[in-house]
Design a protein around this ligand. Structure first.
Ligand SMILES: C[S@@+](CC[C@H](N)C(=O)[O-])C[C@H]1O[C@@H](n2cnc3c(N)ncnc32)[C@H](O)[C@@H]1O
Length: 309
């Protein structure tokens, strides 16, 4: 089971209109979708997307009892504009939510290779039809490329060392499993102290690389805003600072009235260009009680905005 994170807060920010059109772009276990569906009348519309086929099938079943109009797509949210066109809802969307990252279903199925808590083949594809796997990254990327991925997407201090150790190891044998990879990180850390498991950051980094997560997020944000109607709302929950920074900067830029280059002394753009109003002046974090009940929520950060034009 996947416990939805920041559920009450997300639903409050979405302010569900019973007859509105809503997109849950990361349907996962269906937790957020279900709360939206509960608030929709038969005239309301809920569109669920997930790039994981199992997830979207699971959510379709979970939402069976609800009477709103429902659509389910096994698609990447970076294609949200194409889906909105298919459904003829461009510019008519009341709310969009994305709860980024992996679900407990994915993490706990060791065969999918997302977790170092159990052994499984190095895969990490959210979309099992995609080509690139974690095994490809670990065994085919050059030392420099690996170090880049670990540093950029994992903010891993020992990026170079771990990359070097991986390249040494694969001269002996192909690295096939999550535990083989995690062992290398553990060895690299040796007796150094680390608050989190030494493999945490490189697993995050490889997952981001395999699924193109940061690129997808940027494309998704840009496209989503144009689908919202005036007053429509967008909620994004992220789980690490790289994603949160992208969301924060995106909302900040779209909320700017003046879009003149900073180097310019006087405003010539008219100063009336804000596309959104940011609803979360401060990022929203889970309350202590939520973290106690669901430790997986501890790094969650929510940001929301409202379409202003
Ligand atoms: C944290 S879970 C969502 C959980 C869900 N909100 C719930 O309450 O059950 C994230 C989900 O997003 C999906 N996902 C991640 N990136 C995606 C993308 N670019 N397009 C579509 N789905 C994506 C993952 O496959 C995963 O199922």
């Amino acid at each position: 089971m996947h416990t939805p994170v920041l559920l009450r807060e997300s639903i409050e920010f979405l302010k569900v209109n019973p007859e509105g059109v809503y997109f849950d772009c990361t349907a996962g276990g269906g937790g957020h979708s279900e709360e939206i569906a509960k608030r929709l009348s038969p005239e309301g519309t809920l569109v669920c997307l997930d790039m994981d086929r199992e997830a979207i099938e699971r959510v379709e079943e979970r939402l069976m009892p609800f009477k709103c109009r429902k659509y389910f797509f096994h698609r990447n949210f970076k294609d949200i504009d194409l889906i909105a066109s298919e459904l003829e809802v461009r510019g008519r969307v009341d709310g969009i939510i994305a709860d980024l990252g992996t679900s407990m279903f994915q993490l706990k199925d060791f065969g999918r290779g997302f977790s170092f808590m159990g052994d499984g083949k190095l895969d990490m594809r959210m979309d099992e039809d995609a080509d690139l796997t974690a095994k490809d990254v670990v065994n085919r990327y050059s030392e420099k490329e690996l170090a880049f991925v670990f540093k950029e997407y994992g903010e891993e201090k020992l990026a170079k060392k771990i990359a070097r150790m991986i390249v040494e190891q694969r001269k002996l044998n192909t690295i096939e499993t999550t535990l083989e990879l995690s062992e290398i990180a553990v060895k690299a850390y040796g007796s150094r102290r680390s608050k989190i498991h030494p493999a945490t950051r490189i697993f995050q980094a490889i997952r981001i690389e395999v699924n193109g997560e940061l690129e997808n997020l940027k494309i998704f944000l840009e496209k989503s805003i144009s689908l919202l109607k005036k007053g429509g709302r967008m909620v994004v929950i992220s789980f690490h600072s790289l994603e949160d920074r992208i969301v924060k900067n995106f909302f900040r830029d779209k909320a700017k009235n003046c879009i003149c280059p900073e180097s310019q002394m006087r405003c010539t753009c008219g100063g009336n260009n804000a596309v959104v109003r940011v609803l979360t002046k401060k990022v929203v974090r889970p309350a202590q009680e939520e973290v106690e009940n669901n430790p997986a929520s501890r790094s969650a950060r929510l940001r929301a905005c409202e379409k202003a034009v």
